[in-house]
Every structure is written in structure tokens, then in C-alpha cells.
Design a protein around this ligand. Structure first.
Ligand code: AMP
Length: 454
């Protein structure tokens, strides 16, 4: 089935053709008609499935049919866990909407708030935001929700992992009760289901891409190695294979910094992106990586969300993630859009349990390949594949009860306690590179697809 057969408008079809998309992905096939119909949607889908276009395209179409946005108002709101994902979703929305009159904006913490307040003045049809900054803006009367028609929670599981549940609940109370709700999450834990109960009403449920969906386009293997030899092994793998554009995952921010220093020492130009880095530094590192000015980008799982680099050839897991699903997200950074990628994991004996969980999730044994000169003193045993856990599918949720609806009475802006600034969300002294001139509003200029200068 084509995008045109899904009922998308000519303006959107033109943008899609310019973007080079020919056929809808499964999530798009399922979500676009449901969203166009005005239904609530609950989707189990992760990055790499095309989910962003799955919700953005039909939203733009609905927004194009509605009323003009009023000052400081927002007609559709997309909440995301990270700044990178927020910027990426807005980039996509702006591109898909380039032939419409709709306005899109993005707001997130870690940069000055005043330019964002100015950009919201004329009202915005589609706003992408991280929760903390959105609440800051609301408490300063910079954004109003009385015109809000559609709410999207993107990567809801990640938002809960990152402790945003209270902020999300606060935001929900500020929104009109009558609205369309779209919930996207890679996994459906009991916490997400609990949130969904108050959020989506009689939703269309969509579940795409089993957790190991990327596996066939990614060649994966494990290098068994002693923990103490991992850094040397990492350097060896990169040098021996002459790999360029390597994304290395580290479980911790400190580990990421340490690795960058050690790689630099070994003559491999590297940079890190993680939560302790300023937005400017993260954006710069990502752009340098995309431009091939640096050879290796070291990222933590959270910071890597939203990284979309076409045909990223190599991913190396310096250590395995604590959560098995994160392994799939990590290797999903490579072998995208049908290209073949390589994903290598340096695994030491103390990570055996994590490895067993990953293999259980993906239901595939990952091949062990020893690296010459790095045979571990503590060998990594081959363990039989365990039976899969029960799949976590979204369950039908009951409509919200009257008492939960009653909780949605909009609170007075002035009665809200002053929020404590969260780290990185206060006005930063660095110049926010993504700020747009105050008077550049309404009709959005088409801009190139890969805009890393946010
Ligand atoms: P997402 O899951 O939204 O992060 O999208 C993953 C990648 O797939 C992005 O690079 C999109 O630009 C790309 N993409 C989304 N939809 C399509 C499509 N129908 N055809 C080809 N590529 C697509």
C-alpha cells in the first residue's frame, strides 16, 4: 500500500517523495489511518521502525484542517525524554510539513529559556518538548494549552525510566480533557499500563517489530575479553579493522569520558555525548561525527536516543547494557534502512547474566569470536538459549474513570509551586545554537534534512 492510499494530502505526499520514502513501514500502515480517524493509539514501537512519521504525518494532516492557532497556544504537543529526540522529531515534523502553512517548534532544557518564550508568542501548531522545560515555560505563562487537540508521549518507557512521571502527570492536568492521545513505547511495563489507563481511551493498539527485528541486517558478534583488557581490545578492534564512524556504547558517563581520553591517547579522535554534557557540546559532537571529523562517538544509552545517522556502519558495546532491550536499541543504530551493519560487544565474565538475558530476548545466540592476543584469563562460557519471556504486549485499557477525569481540572498557573531548577534546565551561559530570530515565524522555511546545528 502507498502513502497516497493511506489518505495523506498532496502537500504531505510531496514532502515524502522529496524525502525519498516510497512505501510506508508497518507502523505507518497501522498508525496513520487510526490517527487520521481521530482515534487514540497505543503503539509498541521503537526507534528505527519509522514511528515518528507514523504519528507526525497524520497529525499534520489533522492540524491543517483545523482552526488557526492563537497567541502562545499549542494545538499538538509531542513529549519526548531527551533533547536529541525532541530535536529530531521536530526536524522531521518541519520537513514533512514544509509544503503546509503549519508551524512547528521544539523546546528543551539546557539552553536559555527566553528565546523559546519568544518563539512561542505567536502560537505553534505542533510543539515538541521535554517535560521539565515545558513546565518551566508554562509556569512563566509562555505556553497555553486551551487549544490543544493532540498529545503524543514518545518513548514513554524512557520518560518513566528517567523519572519524568511526576512532570508528565502535572502536564496532563494542564491539558483539555477532550483531546486525541497517542502513546508510543518500546516496552509496556506495569507503570506504562498504569499511565495508559488515564491517558488513552478505547485505543487502536499497534505492535510492530519484534524486539529482535533489526537482527537480520546487522552482523553481530561477541569478543570475549577480560574486563581489564577492554580498552586495549577496543582500540585494537578499531585499528585492526580500520573502522571509521564507530558508535561506542558505555554504560556510564564517567566511563564514556575515560574512553574518549584513552582513545585520543591512542590517536583515535573521539568525543562523548551523555547527560552531563551541555547541549552545545552534545550537538557539536554529533555534528562532527556525522561530518566524519571524529572517528568515534562514545555515548550512553540515554544520550544515544534520537541519534539517527544514515547507514552507521559500526556499533561497539564497550559494556553490555543492564536492560536487555537497550541492546536492541543500541544495535538498531546500525544496519538501518536495509544497509548491513556490524555490532560488536566486548563481553567479560561478570557480564554473563546480561548476555544470557539479551540472547533470551532476541532468541538468538550471538557468535563468540576471539580477538587475537586478547584471549581472556576468565573465559566466557557458551550458555544454552533460554525460553522467551512472555511477550509484553499492550493490553486494552479501560476508559478513564470519572475520578481520574476530575483530576484533570486545569490548575491555576499561579498556584503551582515554583519548580526547583533541574540540573541543566536553568538558563545556561552558552549561546543556544538553535535559537531562531524573534521575528521568524508563521511560514516555516524548508531546511535541509540533517540539521545538527541545534
Ligand atoms: P524512526 O523510527 O521514526 O526514528 O525512523 C527511523 C528511520 O527510518 C529514520 O531515518 C526515518 O527517516 C526513516 N524512515 C521513516 N519512514 C520511512 C519510510 N517509509 N521509508 C524509508 N525510510 C523511512
Amino acid at each position: 500500500m502507498s502513502f497516497a492510499e493511506l489518505g495523506l494530502s498532496d502537500h504531505l505526499l510531496q514532502a515524502l517523495s522529496e524525502k525519498g520514502y516510497q512505501v510506508p513501514t508497518p507502523i505507518q500502515l497501522a498508525a496513520i489511518p487510526a490517527v487520521l480517524e481521530g482515534r487514540d493509539v497505543m503503539a509498541a514501537a521503537q526507534t528505527g521502525t519509522g514511528k515518528t512519521a507514523g504519528f507526525v504525518l497524520p497529525m499534520l494532516q489533522r492540524l491543517a484542517q483545523g482552526p488557526k492557532v492563537r497567541a502562545n497556544s499549542v494545538r499538538a504537543l509531542v513529549l519526548t525524554p531527551t533533547r536529541e529526540l525532541a530535536a529530531q522529531v521536530e526536524d522531521n515534523a518541519e520537513y514533512y510539513g514544509r509544503h503546509t502553512q503549519l508551524t512547528t517548534e521544539v523546546v528543551f532544557g539546557g539552553v536559555k529559556i527566553n528565546p523559546q518564550m519568544q518563539r512561542l508568542r505567536g502560537g505553534v501548531d505542533l510543539l515538541v518538548a521535554t517535560p521539565g522545560r515545558l513546565l518551566d515555560l508554562h509556569s512563566q505563562n509562555a505556553v497555553r494549552f486551551d487549544q490543544l487537540e493532540i498529545l503524543v508521549l514518545d518513548e514513554a518507557d524512557r520518560m518513566l525510566d528517567m523519572g519524568f512521571i511526576r512532570d508528565i502527570r502535572k502536564i496532563l492536568k494542564l491539558l483539555p480533557q477532550k483531546r486525541q492521545n497517542l502513546l508510543f513505547s518500546a516496552t509496556f511495563s506495569s507503570e506504562i499500563k498504569e499511565l495508559a489507563k488515564d491517558l488513552v481511551h478505547n485505543p487502536v493498539e499497534v505492535s510492530v517489530s519484534p524486539e529482535n527485528a533489526t537482527a537480520h541486517t546487522v552482523e553481530q558478534w561477541i569478543i570475549p575479553v577480560d574486563k581489564s583488557a577492554k580498552t586495549r581490545a577496543l582500540i585494537e578492534v578499531i585499528k585492526r579493522n580500520s573502522w571509521f564512524q564507530v558508535l561506542v556504547f558505555s554504560r556510564t558517563k564517567h566511563g564514556a569520558n575515560r574512553l574518549v581520553a584513552q582513545l585520543d591517547k591512542a590517536g583515535i579522535k573521539a568525543a562523548a555525548i551523555h547527560g552531563n554534557k551541555s547541549q552545545g557540546a552534545r550537538t557539536r559532537a554529533l555534528q562532527e561525527f556525522k561530518d566524519s571529523d571524529i572517528q568515534v562517538l562514545v555515548a550512553t544509552d540515554i544520550a544515544a536516543r534520537g541519534i539517527d545517522i544514515k547507514e552507521l556502519p559500526h556499533v561497539i558495546n564497550f559494556d553490555l547494557p543492564n536492560i536487555a532491550e537497550d541492546y536492541v536499541h543500541r544495535i538498531g543504530r546500525t544496519g538501518r534502512a536495509g544497509s548491513v551493519g556490524e555490532a560488536v560487544s566486548l563481553v567479560s565474565l561478570d557480564e554473563l547474566d546480561l548476555l544470557i538475558e539479551i540472547e533470551r530476548l532476541t532468541q538468538a545466540k550471538i557468535e563468540h569470536r576471539e580477538l587475537e592476543g586478547f584471549a581472556p584469563n576468565n573465559p566466557l562460557p557458551e550458555v544454552a538459549l533460554k525460553a522467551p519471556r512472555k511477550p509484553k504486549k499492550p493490553k486494552t485499557t479501560k476508559p478513564a474513570t470519572e475520578s481520574s477525569k476530575a483530576n484533570r481540572t486545569p490548575t491555576s498557573k499561579n498556584s503551582r509551586p515554583q519548580r526547583k531548577p533541574r540540573p541543566g534546565s536553568s538558563a545556561s551561559s552558552e549561546k543556544p545554537s538553535g535559537d531562531k530570530p524573534q521575528n521568524q515565524r508563521r511560514r516555516r522555511r524548508p531546511k535541509p534534512e540533517a540539521n545538527g546545528n541545534r
